[in-house]
Design a protein around this ligand. Structure first.
Ligand SMILES: [Zn+2]
Ligand SMILES: [Zn+2]
Length: 234
């Protein structure tokens, strides 16, 4: 058995949605490639969530709240990709990033290229968490996306200096305070006008907003974001 065959025997390619072993070189199994669909329908012109009331431009949340970013794009509805995202983040399936970037390019590639972005910036995780996980899932997605839309990834502009309590456990007000001091800009001069932030999921937007505000304080003019998944809209 040659090394390549041995490797694919030990570490076979797996479907990025259901994790079944697939033929070498495939990102999805046949069933999932027919079933999985990116977000479709009218979406909020700000955060990108699916709208239930299609007469509106903005979701309930965005029509009441000021965001610090210009516009967000999400590839999948959270419920459709939930298990895959969990494995991507917690079970070492960093390679799923290739499929997420492929899907991102198919849905938003043209739009993202037209924005003439200066850089892709993954939302950082704390170095302790990075040591445990071995990778930052947002950065893996950012690197794959970078190849697709020809925009450089800049991972060192911002650092997570405080390990945050899992956001689910906090109220909205607590989240804000918790996040406010969690990030610092590591570069003296950002010198970027248009930035695409990248994360695995968008829920309330607190993290994306905090980082957007920070970059704007440091001279960025327009902030966009893309996430693999987004929660259901209203
Ligand atoms: Zn599958
Ligand atoms: Zn919205």
């Amino acid at each position: 058995m040659n090394v390549r065959r041995l490797m694919s025997f030990l570490y076979p390619d797996r479907c990025a949605v259901c994790d079944e072993v697939v033929e070498s070189g495939n990102m999805l199994c046949k069933e999932c490639s027919q079933k999985i669909r990116p977000l479709h329908g009218d979406t909020c012109h700000r955060c990108g969530k699916l709208l239930t009331d299609t007469d509106r431009l903005y979701c309930y949340d965005c029509s009441r709240k000021i965001h610090f970013y210009e516009r967000g794009f999400a590839i999948f509805e959270y419920s459709d990709i939930k298990k895959s995202l969990y494995r991507f983040k917690y079970s070492g399936r960093a390679e799923y990033a290739a499929f997420y970037a492929f899907a991102a390019d198919r849905v938003y590639g043209k739009t993202l290229k037209e924005l003439n972005l200066d850089a892709i910036v993954p939302i950082p995780i704390h170095k302790r968490r990075l040591a445990v996980r071995g990778y930052n899932q947002a950065e893996e997605f950012a690197k794959e996306l970078s190849k697709r839309i020809n925009t450089p990834v800049m991972s060192n502009l911002i650092r997570r200096c405080k390990s945050t309590v899992p956001l689910k456990k906090l109220s909205e007000e607590e989240r804000k305070n918790n996040l406010k001091n969690a990030f610092i800009i590591a570069a003296n001069d950002v010198k970027l006008k248009k930035i695409l932030l990248v994360d695995d999921i968008y829920t309330t937007g607190a993290t994306i907003d905090t980082v957007s505000a920070l970059f704007k304080e440091h001279g960025a003019e327009q902030i966009y974001f893309i996430t693999v998944a987004i929660g259901a809209g209203m």
